[in-house]
Design a binder for this molecule. Structure first.
Ligand code: AMP
Ligand code: GLY
Length: 434
């Protein structure tokens, strides 16, 4: 099976490692790829955000499956262009990708389909937004979201009126282009955040989904959730104190109305939806949709999934997903990010990395190779991933591997999963304060 994989980061390396373990021999081509991905197949220099260019390559090379990693190609219409050639694509078309590409569209969708979420106001006029800030009817912080994609920087939790006004005016002045001239204001939700991934296969005739284990990411750079936000410093799953009935509640409140809503609105879906969920005092609420796999959540999910990934993604891409409980190992998996010096403000590049022979999986997120030496080449550089019978054992396996891997200036959070572990050990549930 020839597979073209779009992307270049840790998520794609984890997907690629799992695809290579598929029963059918997989010929993997990555674009733009990375040196680590090139070791698993070969790379082609395609602009993944250019639908015509990706489609032209596919028309000539006829892959059996296109797997799209990041959201930007999906929003740009890459899946539409390749699907039009009759080639199966794991990845949503541009219309469905708006669930991530437009926060205002996502809120309309949630509210239109009765999906519990934060109260919100979508604003397109300067005076209207300034008046809203001055008469803010909810508690602080004021959550401001630039409508369009903003590389993870379009959500600001403003702690006072001054910060909210400054943020709003910067958005309206085009901080993130035209896409930030529409701003969604939201009430703040308080609780425990989790990442819920669901494979979805929806068209006018059928609507199928398959849920993956709930994970938890750690977004702040420093331990104890201190410091600036990052793309994610480590994740684990499943969450030990989430019970079957809690998962069931998220199915009925969030997942099923989403799947039904897609069909009612005439949207097709052939890929994954990653629901950002806040479990509040009044139950689970939807923060946002992502139309792609999370990073580093994917690194966790690929450790847990006990299915043939190539066959599974093709099943979705060809519109024949059988709704079911996916097979997962009875384990807890963890992925810890090793980040570059200066991340997230910058990333110190070209620092030589030592990778010994740790007894865990080393995933490349931002590296390059020069004369047989791996060098740092991005903010999130490597991920250490493993699974074990429980969260404590998984954490211990990462701790044991850490001395083997590193470089001067490396940043790592040693507390991935620790808060959840303590919550579970104290006998608390998701209904107890987080
Ligand atoms: P992003 O992934 O960049 O869209 O950022 C979204 C993040 O902002 C979420 O993961 C939450 O941590 C936070 N967030 C978004 N909406 C809210 C909200 N209404 N209340 C509290 N936190 C929020
Ligand atoms: N880990 C969060 C994300 O991928 O958006």
């Amino acid at each position: 099976m020839k597979i073209l994989l779009l992307g270049s980061g840790g998520r794609e390396h984890a997907l690629a490692l799992k695809l290579k373990a598929s029963a059918a021999a997989v010929e993997l081509v990555s674009a733009p790829g990375s040196d680590a991905l090139a070791e698993l197949g070969h790379r082609v220099a395609l602009d993944q955000e250019n639908p015509a260019m990706v489609a032209a390559w596919c028309a000539e090379n006829r892959p059996d499956l296109l797997v799209v990693g990041p959201e930007v190609p999906l929003v740009a219409g890459v899946a539409d262009a390749v699907r039009a050639l009759g080639i199966p694509v794991f990845g949503h078309d541009a219309a469905t990708a708006r669930l991530e590409g437009s926060k205002a569209f996502a809120k309309e969708f949630m509210q239109g389909h009765g999906i519990p979420c934060a109260a919100s106001h979508t604003v397109t006029e300067l005076a209207e937004g300034e008046a809203l800030v001055r008469t803010w009817p909810y508690s602080y912080p004021i959550v401001l979201k630039a409508d369009g994609l903003a590389a993870g920087k379009g959500v600001v939790l403003a702690s006072d009126e001054t910060e909210a006004l400054a943020t709003f005016r910067a958005f309206m002045a085009g901080q993130f282009g035209e896409g930030s001239k529409t701003v969604v204001f939201e009430e703040p939700l308080v609780g425990m955040e989790l990442s819920l991934h669901v494979l979805v296969d929806v068209d006018a005739e059928h609507a199928a989904y398959a849920l993956l284990p709930a994970c938890q990411d750690h977004k702040r750079i420093f331990e104890d959730d201190q410091g600036p936000n990052t793309g994610g410093m480590g994740a684990f799953g499943p969450i030990p104190f989430l019970r079957a009935e809690d998962i069931q509640l998220m199915r009925t409140e969030l997942v099923e109305p989403t799947v039904r809503g897609l069909q009612q609105d005439g949207l097709e879906a052939r890929g994954v939806l990653f629901l950002g969920v806040m479990w509040t005092a009044s139950g689970p609420k939807l923060l946002e949709y992502n139309v792609r796999f999370g990073d580093p959540e994917t690194q966790v999910l690929m450790q847990l999934l006990d299915e043939d990934l190539g066959a599974l993604l093709l099943e979705v891409a060809e519109g024949r997903l059988i709704p079911r409980d996916l097979k997962v190992k009875p384990h807890t998996a963890i992925a810890v990010v090793l980040a570059a010096e200066d991340y997230p403000e910058g990333a110190k590049k070209d620092v030589p990395i030592s990778i010994g022979t740790p007894a865990i999986t080393v995933i490349h997120a931002g590296t390059r190779e020069q004369n047989g030496q791996w060098l740092t080449n991005g903010g999130r550089v490597l991920n250490l991933a493993t699974s074990a019978p429980d969260l404590a054992a998984a954490r211990a396996a990462i701790e044991a591997a850490l001395p083997e891997v590193g470089w001067p200036g490396m940043q790592v959070r040693r507390d991935i999963g620790l808060k959840a572990l303590r919550h579970a050990q104290a006998g608390k549930t998701v209904r107890d304060p987080w």
